[in-house]
Design a protein around this ligand. Structure first.
Ligand SMILES: *[C@@H]1O[C@H](CO)[C@@H](O)[C@H](O)[C@H]1NC(C)=O
Ligand SMILES: *[C@@H]1O[C@H](CO)[C@@H](O)[C@H](O)[C@H]1NC(C)=O
Ligand SMILES: *[C@@H]1O[C@H](CO)[C@@H](O)[C@H](O)[C@H]1NC(C)=O
Length: 186
């Protein structure tokens, strides 16, 4: 009997400890000091849309080419982009900046990418850059990238950007919603 009680007490103690660890892990996270929700629009060059394209395949595996995304899962394709950033999801809204950089597809078995890019702002309201890097597990509804730094209005910032695919058409257009939460603001 005493042994059973001891075991129960021990289990309870472990439970309390583990829940403390879990809650202190979250409570140690600061609140964001700034938040921006923006959209960017990517139109991939497909051999026919040179006028409208905002991105281009610049590298492809030996079995692919630069007008069609590689099979399977675009593995090995490297795409450079200069995409308009808008405040809402409308491609035709006045851009408030450009998303510039690259993404590369890095897994044969499923669709995943690695992103390295900047939001470049040059308007009366916003000036400067926010710089992003990280893995994009495209099959997930939301994906977190690191905000690794910034300049101008975003001097020395850091944070997390949550990506959501807001629209996707025929391998030729996609729109990402980017929820930027900054934890260091100066
Ligand atoms: C380019 O965009 C315009 C306006 O969205 C559209 O009407 C036109 O069909 C597009 N052209 C090409 C070649 O995709
Ligand atoms: C590129 O590859 C696709 C097949 O993935 C093929 O249909 C297309 O004709 C190729 N284009 C060029 C320019 O080689
Ligand atoms: C930023 O805007 C200013 C004023 O409109 C312009 O002179 C400058 O060339 C722009 N810089 C870039 C990188 O677009």
């Amino acid at each position: 009997m005493a042994a059973t009680k001891l075991i129960l007490a021990l289990l309870l103690f472990l439970l309390v400890c583990s829940s403390n660890i879990a809650s202190s892990k979250n409570s140690r996270r600061p609140k964001p000091c700034r938040r921006l929700v923006l959209y960017f629009h990517d139109i991939i060059y497909n051999g026919k849309n040179a006028k409208n394209a905002t991105s281009a395949i610049v590298g492809s595996p030996a079995w692919g080419n630069k007008t069609n995304l590689a099979i399977p899962n675009r593995f090995g394709d490297v795409v450079i982009f200069d995409d308009p950033i808008t405040l809402d999801s409308n491609l035709r809204s006045t851009p408030i900046g450009r998303a510039q950089g690259l993404y590369l597809y890095d897994k044969k078995e499923i669709l995943t990418a690695w992103f390295g890019f900047s939001f470049v702002f040059n308007s009366t309201q916003l000036k400067g850059t926010i710089n992003f890097a990280g893995a994009d597990d495209i099959m997930k509804t939301t994906r977190d990238l690191s905000v690794v730094g910034g300049t101008g209005d975003f001097f020395m910032t850091r944070g997390i950007a949550t990506l959501m695919t807001d629209a996707y058409e025929d391998d030729r257009y996609f729109r990402l919603r980017v929820d930027v939460q900054l934890y260091e603001c100066f």
